[in-house]
Design a protein around this ligand. Structure first.
Ligand code: ADP
Ligand code: MG
Length: 449
């Protein structure tokens, strides 16, 4: 049992740090096959993955394992499909209560829904109750109440969970309904490859034959004109036949850059619900619920410590908990507050959560769908000037950078330009609520990976 749990702890942690596509690519079908004399042997499915795990994640993996069990001295990797198969067969078909699972690997082939995301395990608080209620109503009567349903909010706050909960509930209510979940990035890739392979008709039919189409993270449609056009037609076709469309984004439709006006107005035509940050009580409630799900319990001082230190991301809240759960299972006792702090230290101080000038410039450029070099150019175009001012403002506010330093970072501008930019943003913040939302979203991206 120990081997599985150690590896689950590694997966739980690594998953937080990398994209889900990468996670699936490198960690699918991995397992610890033996643990002897301080040596761990990890089995992977091909030599490419072996190299990646060794070189890219080797150190991280070792650290996580060593933190959990100080007897571990070395981690080795080997390619070994056959062993994995026997390992799989010997695993119980139904997961034991409390075992961490990676249902990312159990996604339904047809709907692309993950069975883990349901309304039953979606905790409701003031920060998400409107969005949840709207989702619930849509699940009851798809196509008939709010169409489209547009949910927005920052990273790790439950958008995907809610969208998929609606999809899973629709199927539970009536199994004939055709539901499809697709991240906007995948939809875009689908459009591109269908064009290349002259297979557009097939692509069209696939999405237009659904009763509920869920498109996640539509901010990724920014600037993708052909995909937007295709989605516009799909949208209309579904909408006209009273089929449900559900969308999510990290920001409201009007703040998505380079989005065709006709699509924006479609997105705004139904119900828009936002998810903000969970308050302290809800964070505690989420932790308690997850503990119950996993069949473990921690003293209040520990849940309080987690809820106090992780405020803006439910995925991280879960990640922290998973680490402590792994510790508890392996050591057969609950961690003390002191050992919890030590176990969570690297999570709370992860480089992902630290800002740098480079990162700010990169994220602001990404957010407004600009190139970094435009941001540091001297272009006076309005759509560039404002993001540039915001980036300068963030360098000042988040990093306490000096004005001359900021000027230099932005292509050798004078410090007075930097002063002027920062002051302009401060002044506008007073008058423009949208701006403060936008800056909030950018900050969240800066600190969440
Ligand atoms: P987003 O799509 O907004 O980035 P996710 O839906 O992926 O966020 O949520 C991140 C993690 O937090 C998931 O594991 C999800 O199950 C969990 N989560 C988010 N919101 C809630 C909630 N209200 N109750 C329980 N778990 C939640
Ligand atoms: Mg998501």
């Amino acid at each position: 049992m120990i081997k599985e749990e150690l590896w689950q702890a590694v997966l739980a942690q690594v998953q937080l740090d990398i994209s889900s596509a990468n996670f699936a690519t490198w960690f699918k079908n991995t397992a610890i096959v033996s643990y002897k004399d301080g040596q761990i042997l990890v089995c992977v499915s091909n030599s490419f993955a072996k190299e990646w795990l060794e070189n890219k994640y080797g150190k991280t993996i070792f650290k996580i394992l060593y933190n959990l069990d100080k007897d571990i001295k070395e981690v080795k990797y080997e390619v070994g499909k056959s062993e994995l198969k026997t390992l799989k067969r010997s695993q119980p078909a139904i997961p034991q209560p409390g075992q961490l699972e990676f249902e990312e690997f159990k996604i339904d082939k047809e709907t692309h829904l993950n069975p883990r995301y349901t309304f039953e395990n979606f905790i409701v608080g003031p920060f998400n109750e409107l969005a949840q209620a709207a989702g619930w109503a849509v699940a009851k009567k798809p196509g008939l109440v709010y169409n489209p349903l547009f949910i927005y909010g920052g990273v790790g706050l439950g958008k995907t969970h809610l969208l998929q909960a609606v999809g899973n509930a629709v199927i539970k209510n009536s199994s004939q309904k055709k539901v499809k979940y697709i991240p906007a990035e995948k939809f875009t890739a689908g459009v591109v490859s269908s064009i290349k392979n002259h297979d557009m008709e097939n692509f069209k039919t696939k999405y237009r034959a659904t009763d509920v189409l869920i498109l996640d993270d539509v901010q990724f449609l920014a600037g993708k004109e052909k995909t937007q056009e295709e989605f516009f037609h799909t949208f209309n076709s579904l909408y006209e036949s009273n089929k449900q469309i559900i969308l999510s984004s990290d920001r409201p439709p009007k703040a998505i850059p380079a989005l065709a006006e006709r699509l924006r107005s479609r997105f705004e035509g139904g119900m828009i619900g936002d998810i903000s940050y969970p308050d302290y009580e809800t964070r505690i409630a989420i932790l308690k619920a997850k503990c119950q799900e996993k069949g473990v319990g921690f003293p209040d001082e520990i849940t309080d410590y987690i809820a106090t230190n992780i405020q803006k991301n439910i995925r991280e809240l879960e990640g922290a908990l998973n680490r402590l759960v792994a510790y508890q299972k392996i050591n057969n006792q609950a961690p003390t507050l002191e050992s919890s702090k030590a176990l969570l230290k690297s999570l709370l101080l992860s480089p992902n959560r630290v800002a740098s000038p480079k990162k700010i410039i990169q994220i602001v450029a990404e957010f407004y769908d600009l190139k970094e070099k435009d941001l540091i150019s001297s272009s006076r175009k309005k759509e560039i000037v404002r993001p540039r001012q915001i980036a300068m403002f963030l360098l000042r506010g988040e990093l306490k950078s000096s004005y001359p330093f900021i000027g230099r970072k932005f292509g050798g501008k004078d410090h007075t330009t930097a002063i002027h930019s920062c002051e302009k943003v401060v002044k506008e913040l007073d008058e423009d609520e949208n701006l403060s939302n936008e800056i909030g979203l950018i900050k969240q991206r800066i600190y969440s990976g």
